[in-house]
Design a protein around this ligand. Sequence first.
Ligand code: NAI
Length: 248
Amino acid sequence: MELFGKVALITGSARGIGKAIALELANHGAKIVINDILPKNEIDKTLEEIRKSGDQAIGIRADITIFKEVESMVKEIINKFGKIDILVNNAGIIRDSLLIRMKEEDWDTVININLKGTFNCSKTVAKYMLRQKSGGKIVNISSVIGLVGNIGQANYAASKAGIIGLTKSIAKELALRNINVNAIAPGFIETDMTKRLSEKVIKDLQQQIPLKRLGTVKDIAKVVYFLVSDNANYITGQVINVDGGMVM
Ligand code: NAI
């Protein structure tokens, strides 16, 4: 129960990796805020699961690209729990296509959600963390694609590389106040997205991964837990690849 009494906001956590992170932090005693843009009933379903393993949990439907919505979400968290200790910037999307076919709208949407959303939430939450004077932990979910690039993912790779620059800059700004900021770069993770790939594509992918398997959502959630726990108090501004050794 290392996180007992801590309040954690996880963006985009109604499903996928975000949901696994929320469950993991709830299992270690944190009070959980599920944020997503999905319909309320989807958020409520996840909340039910979280409440089985955790202390307290609430759901807030908000679009992280809209600064005012982020501000009112964080105010609601402070009203409910009195503070915020942990922020996991997880919400993210892909809109893949080759550069010359990429629509301006697909560029803007991916940068807005993945990068600006991370900025909006970090800025708003950091303000409260600084006022609280009790430190804090921010973990940003980047991607190995942000490190090595990928055909058809110029927008996604740029957004995830941007998250790494943002992480290092705000880690330097906030370090004096004991707020640690780190990023995780997942490789290929088994989610709804990868379930749709053919057996052959999965086999080819596995060949490129030294540990010879795709990652699980739990593989990511456990590293997030480590980074938000006291075990990682002396780690800040780092990018941790969780990718089975794909990128070394
Ligand atoms: P997912 O699509 O299952 O979950 C993302 C969640 O973010 C969804 O519930 C979605 O509704 C929410 N979301 C989207 N736009 C939002 C907005 N404007 N405001 C609030 N919530 C919003 O995706 P998955 O696979 O769980 O990915 C989570 C994170 O991990 C993303 O940042 C993704 O880029 C990253 N990642 C995923 C990998 C994978 O293999 N699945 C690999 C590397 C990184």
